[in-house]
Design a protein around this ligand. Structure first.
Ligand SMILES: Nc1ncnc2c1ncn2[C@@H]1O[C@H](COP(=O)(O)OP(=O)(O)OP(=O)(O)O)[C@@H](O)[C@H]1O
Length: 265
């Protein structure tokens, strides 16, 4: 039995959205993720924490097969969404990524208008019948990302002309526009000021009503504020996983305790 299985506590096994078993990731000879098992709940924010280089982003990228785009990366093991093997040969990674949206560390709007940034995904996935349908999706997505009021009078202006915090909300609007079921966020606030961070955190809390949200964060305060479940990674191992409150107040593994008290990291 590995560490995580022994230490997993209070993780509701009902309503599991993502389940991973025996996941290994290698970059060439570098064994970056070591035999990770985890079950991630629907309609919940799950935070991945741990020291730099422990594999948080690598594991996050397994969930929408973004590691496929890295030549030297090799993923082994079993990852299922709603019980379906996402690494099955029949699964189209492009379709998968519409269902599993991703928001990156640095806001990365396309060099297109605000409207087109949001409309791009729905267009390529054929989600709108006509222009009116597309307009509706764009408005709804910008509203969900709490950007509509600031953007509605400048939809044809470049997305890159928005402030950093607005650009990140635009990227969230772009991610939700394809009606995903899971939203992966890789340090989504690291380039934002405290006000924009607070707005995005508020948004994450709202988004969990509809999605399973998985967020990588370097900020333990942020993990404590936004997540219900926390997974602590160390040297490629998932060391401890449980209710966020328990992980921060009563960690079971000395490595978790050292990290949250600032002794490693
Ligand atoms: N594209 C890549 N090519 C080769 N090795 C990589 C790549 N991405 C990550 N790695 C390696 O995999 C290991 C885990 O890195 P990863 O970025 O997943 O960690 P992390 O916990 O997200 O780190 P950080 O908090 O610093 O972002 C590291 O040894 C890193 O060097």
């Amino acid at each position: 039995m590995n560490d995580m299985r022994r230490l997993e506590r209070d993780v509701d096994t009902s309503d599991i959205k993502i389940s991973a078993k025996g996941v290994q990731v290698y970059y060439g000879d570098n064994h970056a993720i070591k035999d990770v098992d985890v079950s991630i709940a629907d309609k919940t924010v799950t935070a991945f924490i741990g020291p730099s280089g422990c594999g948080k982003s690598t594991f996050l990228r397994c969930i929408n097969r973004m590691n496929d785009t890295i030549d030297v990366a090799r993923v082994e093991g079993d990852i299922r969404i709603d019980g379906e093997d996402i690494y099955d040969k029949a699964v189209d990674p492009v379709q998968l990524r519409a269902k599993v949206g991703m928001v990156f560390q640095k806001p990365n709007p396309f060099p297109k208008s605000i409207y087109d940034n949001v409309a791009y995904g729905p267009k390529i996935h054929g989600l709108a019948q006509n222009k009116a349908g597309l307009d509706e999706i764009v408005e709804k997505s910008l509203r969900r990302a709490a950007l509509w009021d600031e953007a509605k009078d400048r939809l044809n202006e470049p997305g890159t002309g928005l402030s950093g915090g607005q650009q990140q909300r635009l990227c969230i609007a772009r991610a939700v526009a394809t009606e995903p079921e899971i939203l992966l966020m890789d340090e989504p606030c690291s380039a934002l000021d405290p006000i924009a961070t607070a707005q995005v955190e508020e948004l994450i809390d709202e988004l969990r009503q509809s999605y399973s949200v998985v967020i990588v964060t370097h900020s333990m305060q942020q993990a404590a504020r936004v997540s219900q479940k926390t997974a602590f990674f160390h040297l490629g191992n998932l060391v401890e996983y449980g209710q966020t409150g328990d992980i921060f107040t009563n960690p079971q593994d000395p490595r978790t305790e050292s990290y949250i008290t600032g002794r490693i990291g």
